[in-house]
Design a protein around this ligand. Structure first.
Ligand SMILES: C[S@@+](CC[C@H](N)C(=O)[O-])C[C@H]1O[C@@H](n2cnc3c(N)ncnc32)[C@H](O)[C@@H]1O
Length: 242
């Protein structure tokens, strides 16, 4: 497993630091997300959700739901009976709750404070589980994926969207420059937490992407795992079946 990268490098656990960081940036998260990705994150989210189109899941769990954008997109595309979002940051969930109320989706999308490593749900409950830009932040990746596997119904699918590391010239160089120099600068300017957008490239660099992630999915109990790189490997979609 790669070394643990934390937002504030203090005595608190990675989980506590990650929750603090997302609480700090919750108000500016949506704006900065779309701004920094030039809106491309919306396309990547759609592609990831489309992985579930054939499965037509009725009950979906969105782990690390944050302000809910991935779940809102899933509601639009997949039209499930219900989506439940879980996250360790109360601040991010407050923003999600405001958006749910504003869009009148209270009967379709519900959020709950919950940790990926100890999800507050029964085993075999969900038809599908999604995680967008969340797994990189887990304190114990294998434990998180194992608990995601536990709450899935047998035959259910997990879809994970996460940043990965492009390998080809010149995308790799451009990406490293943008991620290491531009995003921390923009983050510092607009968000109250200057460390958050330095942690972002650090956590991506330390994250076991591609085949390494697929191997951890296997260890966590998933079968038929697949990796689909997007945009020359800037992001990847991972799928696995329980
Ligand atoms: C980058 S945000 C992604 C939010 C949302 N999925 C999206 O696509 O915009 C990462 C989220 O993961 C949450 N998170 C990190 N570790 C977690 C854990 N162990 N369990 C649940 N949520 C976690 C954070 O609180 C944060 O809201």
């Amino acid at each position: 497993m790669s070394k643990t990268v934390t937002p504030y490098q203090n005595q608190a656990t990675k989980k506590e630091q990650v929750a603090d960081m997302f609480n700090n940036i919750s108000k500016t998260y949506d704006f900065l997300n779309h701004f920094m990705s030039l809106g491309i994150d919306i396309i990547w989210r759609k592609k990831a959700i489309n992985e579930l189109k054939k499965d037509q899941p009725k009950l979906i769990l969105d782990v690390a739901t944050g302000t809910g954008d991935f779940a809102f997109e899933a509601l639009k595309i997949l039209k499930p009976q219900k989506i439940v979002g879980a996250d360790i940051s109360a601040g991010m969930l407050d923003v999600a709750k405001q958006k749910i109320a504003k869009r009148g989706l209270g009967d379709k999308f519900e959020v709950k404070l919950g940790d990926s490593e100890k999800l507050p749900f029964e085993a075999n409950e969900f038809d599908a589980v999604t995680v967008a830009y969340g797994v990189r932040n887990f304190e114990n990746l294998e434990k998180g994926l194992t608990d995601i596997n536990r709450v899935l119904k047998p035959g259910g699918k997990a879809v994970v969207l996460e940043f990965s590391k492009p390998k080809a010239f010149p995308i790799k160089q451009l990406y490293n420059f943008y991620f290491n120099y531009i995003t921390p600068g923009i983050g510092k300017l607009f968000s109250k937490d200057s460390r958050a957008y330095t942690y972002l490239p650090e956590s991506v660099a330390a994250f076991p992407d591609g085949e390494a992630f697929r191997a951890i999915m296997h260890k966590a109990g998933f079968k038929d795992t697949k990796v689909r790189p997007l945009a020359f490997g800037i992001c990847s979609i991972y799928t696995g079946i329980k």
